[in-house]
Design a protein around this ligand. Structure first.
Ligand code: Q9C
Ligand code: ZN
Length: 679
């Protein structure tokens, strides 16, 4: 199993800067890279990564995404004087050149390719490249938006060419639209490009019509470009997660990439002077976690933007720490997406429903609104630089005001994420072998006579032996150590899954327990009535009318054999419910005889670990030892196996999920996919 996280960085990439006055470019400073790397060193994260040297990309590699004329032009910049650099710069939008930027741009591409090499050859599982200049705005024949060469676009082409990657996913969570990436793969169905970006009805840079949700790709690539434009600033954690649950993840799982790139810009985080969003740095732990089970865990994160040095450094740390496998922080107090975000989500889902079967039941597009004519007209092109715009004084006044406001934005520093010293403890009958890397759980001491009597009275028949009492005791002891954060997660083989679940939900000290119940067996009524337990019952036989706020049966017509259907329920229902509920403990119980594809079971086990600081306890029926190995692998932090491209889920099931979503979304707003007045 591939392990390890690569970190690719070289101080050389801090050695260029803006040499003249330009208010647009002044935020792109060498300190961006310095503070990011220093934060990784200070927190001890850098030391835990596999450090890999950068290299210069070759001409042939740069030409994978750029024209020869452009490369030749950039090659001349190291020999230019200040005046010539300024003139050269003016051919492009919102970018600057420096005598050393060509060298750095070659290193930025080379660093990204080093990351691809190490991930694709299995030397590491995943990694991050900290680079400058960024890449996602640069185009075949143009520098743009601080970008010289398109690091990620080149790397995607390189992975296709050198490693025969058939499907590559690029997730661009930078706050700007990576139009350069979009242009590069517009008609290419082998590269799925997803981007969310500040748009404000085209009034935000780069002010392009083609950044809107209706640019879906062209020709064979139609459907493989997914844009989610933000039409308001201030988007937060709930908005970001809602887009992941309801747009990106369903499509990404259906696509099933061989490799995932993240255009990891952190100007989408709170405090950023460009983005003006309010998502906190810890959300990047979850965004990263949610992508880490695609492509067998092959994730390459590559730095793009991020201009608030504090927010940037914190966000980089959150991302790298998650790549390393530490438990994600609790995402606190999620609501639903805001109205404007819901409009964007709805628009993206409905325009893509004809390309992706996971979206086939999304509602129809909104009718064209007359009010859209009143929207602010688009500016033409990018900003024009420091001189020559009338009304410059007024603009500068505005900037001053903005700057003042920005100083006041504060948010709490993310909590330190501590991984318990023991990752996985297993409660197995003696005859069952303990998989490598796991510990067989044994409590410090056994139950006293009173405890024995209590357990026997509450849970066992008189006839049952002392061994059963001991098992129940051990189960509660394991739970106790997990809740004290001494053990991260666990797996128990039990003679009676129902009884074990009942025992654990009542013994848990957590204010909220999420019980995920897989299979057709009934959930004990004691648990259903228990207010501190949210039960999500996948593949239940109950009619959906049976649901209450805390008991949510999700019936599947085609049963658990419908991998695409189960995945749809997991991504679109279970995860939003779980994230909104904020459990302190997740129990994953598998009803005896529940036959589910191994990869699907692994996906479920892995994805749920994003909740409750990774405190997942899996319950399996004693005689069902076959899934022990694959479950333990996921609990230990290995990526789930890829499911392959998903076929269409059963249409009745998708229809019933949508109806269920509609009924539940008042209680659970993170399930919403459409703005209220449009429902
Ligand atoms: N205030 C990256 O984040 N300036 N590039 C926009 C509008 C250009 C951003 C001006 C921003 C480029 C990689
Ligand atoms: Zn950006």
């Amino acid at each position: 199993m591939k392990m390890g996280t690569a970190l690719i960085y070289d101080e050389e990439m801090t050695k260029y800067k803006l040499l003249w006055v330009d208010p647009v470019c002044k935020i792109e400073v060498p300190e961006r890279l310095i503070v990011s790397y220093e934060a990784l060193v200070k927190s001890g994260l850098a030391d835990r990564c596999v450090s890999i040297p950068v290299r210069e990309a070759t001409d042939a590699e740069i030409l994978l995404a750029h024209s020869e004329e452009y490369l030749e032009a950039v090659k001349k910049t190291p020999y230019m004087h200040l005046e010539e650099l300024m003139t050269f710069t003016q051919k492009y939008g919102d970018v600057y050149f420096h005598p050393n930027i060509y060298h750095c741009a070659k290193l930025a591409v080379g660093a990204t390719l080093q990351l691809v090499d190490n991930v694709m050859t299995g030397k590491v599982r995943n990694g991050m490249a900290l680079v400058r200049p960024p890449g996602h705005h640069s185009q075949s024949s143009a520098a743009n938006g601080f970008c010289v060469f398109n690091n990620v676009a080149i790397a995607a082409q390189y992975a296709k060419k050198h490693y025969k990657a058939k499907r590559v996913l690029i997730v661009d969570w930078d706050v700007h639209h990576g139009q350069g990436v979009q242009y590069c793969f517009e008609d290419d169905p082998s590269v799925l490009y997803f981007s969310w970006h500040r748009y404000e009805h085209q009034s935000f840079w780069p002010n392009l019509k083609e950044s809107d949700f209706d640019s879906v790709g062209s020709g064979k690539g139609a459907g493989f470009n997914v844009n989610v434009p933000w039409n308001k600033v201030g988007m937060g954690n709930s908005d970001y997660l809602a887009v992941f649950f309801h747009v990106l993840l369903p499509v990404a799982y259906e696509f099933s990439p061989d490799l995932v790139f993240i255009c990891a810009g952190f100007d989408s985080a709170i405090g950023d002077p460009e983005g003006h969003m309010s998502a906190t740095p810890d959300i990047f732990a979850h965004l990263t976690h949610l992508l880490m089970n695609l492509a067998d865990g092959k994730v390459c994160a590559v730095l793009e933007g991020g201009y608030n040095l504090t927010s940037l450094a914190q966000s980089v740390c959150q991302t790298v720490q998650t790549l390393l496998g530490d438990p994600a922080p609790r995402p606190a107090q999620l609501g639903g997406a805001c109205e404007s975000a819901l409009e964007s989500i709805h628009s993206a889902r409905s325009i893509h429903k004809k390309y992706w079967s996971c979206l086939q039941h999304a509602a129809a597009p909104f009718p064209e609104e007359p009010s859209s004519k009143n929207r602010r007209p688009a500016q033409q092109g990018g900003s024009q630089g420091p001189e020559g715009d009338a009304g410059g004084d007024a603009q500068r006044e505005e900037e001053k005001v903005e700057e003042k406001e920005e100083e006041e934005i504060v948010w709490p520093e993310p909590l330190r994420r501590v991984a318990p010293s023991l990752r996985s403890a297993l409660l197995l009958p003696d005859a069952v072998e303990c998989p490598d890397g796991c510990a067989r759980f044994s409590p410090a001491h056994g139950p006293g006579p009173l405890e024995r009597a209590r357990l026997r009275k509450s849970y066992l028949k008189e006839s049952e032996d002392e061994a059963s009492v001991t098992l129940l005791y051990n189960l509660t002891a394991l739970l106790g150590q997990m809740e004290k954060n001494e053990i991260r997660n666990g797996l128990a083989l039990v003679p009676d899954v129902s009884m074990a679940a009942t025992l654990l939900t009542s013994a848990s000290l957590s204010k909220r327990v999420l019980l995920v119940w897989m299979g057709e067996g009934p959930v004990p009524s004691q648990i259903i009535e228990d207010e501190k337990t949210l039960v999500v019952h996948i593949d239940s036989m109950e009619p959906h009318e049976a649901h209450s706020k805390y008991y949510i049966p999700i019936p599947l017509k085609k049963g658990c054999g419908d991998t695409a259907g189960v995945m749809q329920a997991v991504l679109g229902l279970l995860l939003p419910l779980g994230y909104q509920y904020e459990p302190g403990l997740v129990l994953l119980a598998r009803w005896p005889g529940y036959q589910v594809e191994g990869g699907l079971w692994q996906q479920l086990t892995c994805l749920l670990q994003g909740l409750a600081l990774g405190h997942t306890l899996v319950l399996l029926q004693e005689n069902e030892t076959a899934p022990v190995g694959i479950t333990a692998s996921c609990l230990l932090g290995n990526a789930a196996l890829s499911l392959g491209p998903l076929v269409a889920p059963g249409p009745e099931d998708v229809g019933s999920f949508e109806r269920l979503r509609l009924r539940l979304q008042t209680d659970w707003p993170l399930l919403q996919t459409t703005a209220p007045e449009k429902r």
